[in-house]
Design a protein around this ligand. Structure first.
Ligand code: AHN
Ligand code: ZN
Length: 331
């Protein structure tokens, strides 16, 4: 049905003067917003989230982590990207050496103007926010925390293969974001931020010397039902115009229920090193629940409950279609 896709953004009555001297009222209906991007298939994105979760927790130094990494590389190649793997050994807060890799999938390498899209693909080794302390040292499935952003970007890759936008796009799946110091640990053996280890490494050692992009967008916890995205502090500090561009586009596509026009708090996330070290203005699209406990994140954050049951296709669609629209509008 065509009507379903048409929404009236505003309706005004203008007063028109006729030649007879009388005035009549005529309804002026604003043109509905016409999207320029191809459709984002939320069923497809959902399947890519599910496939990652089916490997089990993707914790560095496990065979599930290796298997899922191989799967992601193969899939992005299948979707026509030029794929590079950045392998590295990182040191965690407790001194553990992590065999990690960042996966970089590029489209339109001949294009100078580029946009960077990123998410983390590892899952947390600890469920330290779980209500049951017996679960605190168990790894989690990370359906939302990790897999949702990656699954969404895999679908973006599939779309990019079918129709090239005007700009080049680099998709990076960062490793070792979620190995940060748990609440039960007393001190860190490393300096600085114990989270975002893969993105910190890449920001200092980009896959291309002096790599630059016009802007970057991080997708973190973008799959849970009823997600709400607020304008995050670090994003506003470094990339206020990109925040407005994305939130504005979401509004045009009538996804205002997800993209709330209010400021949220600040988070330590992969966009921090990309902004501070690589100096690419980057924002974080992150589900933040103003009403909930758990530091404001969704209820299953860093618990055993972060599984497919929380994943909603409506949320994936809202975020995925919004970012596609941003990309295909970009010149
Ligand atoms: C911290 O938990 C420190 N920052 C939120 C970033 C994050 C963790 N995203 C996923 N897991
Ligand atoms: Zn996490």
């Amino acid at each position: 049905m065509i009507l379903r896709n048409i929404f009236i953004t505003s309706m005004a009555f203008s007063v028109i003067a006729c030649s007879c001297g009388k005035t009549t009222k005529k309804a002026v209906v604003a043109e509905p917003y016409q999207k320029v991007s191809p459709d984002f298939d939320a069923d497809s994105a959902y399947t890519y989230v599910d496939r990652q979760v089916a490997f089990g927790p993707r914790v560095p130094n496990t065979k599930e982590h290796v298997a899922c990494g191989d799967y992601l590389v193969a899939e992005m190649k299948r979707f026509g990207a030029e794929v590079q793997e950045q392998k590295m050994v990182l040191t965690a807060y407790d001194g553990t050496k992590l065999n990690a890799r960042n996966i970089i999938a590029s489209y339109g390498l001949d294009k100078k103007k580029r946009v960077l899209l990123f998410a983390h693909w590892d899952s947390r080794p600890y469920s330290d926010q779980d209500a049951d302390p017996a679960n605190h040292k168990k790894p989690l499935l990370g359906a939302n925390d990790g897999a949702s952003g990656v699954g969404l970007l895999m679908e973006i890759g599939r779309v990019l293969q079918n129709k090239a936008p005007e700009i080049g796009v680099d998709i990076i799946f960062f490793d070792a974001e979620d190995y940060g110091m748990p609440d039960f640990a007393e001190k860190s053996l490393i300096e600085g931020n114990t989270w975002c280890l893969g993105s910190q490494y890449w920001a200092k050692n980009p896959h291309v010397p002096n790599y630059k992009a016009k802007f970057g967008i991080l997708f973190d916890m973008v799959g849970a039902e009823g997600a709400t995205f607020y304008k995050e502090d670090v994003s506003r500090e470094y990339a206020a115009d990109i925040v407005e561009k994305v939130w504005g586009t979401a509004g045009q596509l009538s996804y205002g229920k997800f993209f709330i026009g209010k400021n949220g708090g600040g988070v330590t996330d992969d966009h921090v090193p990309v902004n501070e070290i690589r100096r690419i203005p980057s924002i974080d699209i992150l589900d933040y629940r103003m009403e909930a406990g758990h530091d404001g994140f969704f209820h299953s954050w860093h618990t055993q409950k972060d599984d497919m049951r929380n994943i909603g296709k409506e949320t994936l669609k809202a975020v995925g279609q919004t970012v596609l629209e941003v990309i295909y509008k970009e010149k």
